[in-house]
Unconditional design. Structure first.
Length: 118
């Protein structure tokens, strides 16, 4: 199996990151980018009025943003529902190390404790 295809948001994030920092972003960088996009979606939804905390919370629960991970949503306990992949570390064309997806282990995985939350 080949590498999973990146979505347009992911491609732009990686290209912009490489252009600015001259290295590839880490998974943590992608998570941080998603977190900022999530918060931005809530701020936009309340027209910048961050005193509307309940409205912002409800908007964030919708996960109404384009994620570098592709489709993204939260479970009832606010843990992401997402795919998990088996990956190998391989050398790229420039001799650096990158992750290559070998297989999808689970799709749309929801954490096993979600049913213990309201």
């Amino acid at each position: 199996m080949g590498e999973r295809s990146a979505n347009d948001v992911n491609k732009k994030f990686v290209a912009d990151y490489k252009a600015k920092f001259k290295s590839s972003p880490s998974f943590y960088g992608a998570q941080s980018y998603d977190a900022a996009s999530l918060i931005n979606s809530a701020v936009v939804a309340v027209n910048g009025d961050t005193s509307k905390k309940e409205e912002m919370r409800k908007e964030m629960e919708k996960a109404n943003f384009k994620s570098v991970r592709g489709g993204f949503k939260f479970g009832n306990n606010h843990v992401p529902i997402q795919n998990f992949y088996l990956q190998d570390v391989v050398k790229d064309a420039e001799g650096g190390f990158v992750l290559k997806t070998v297989a999808t282990i689970v799709e749309n995985d929801q954490d096993r404790f979600h049913d213990k939350c309201r």
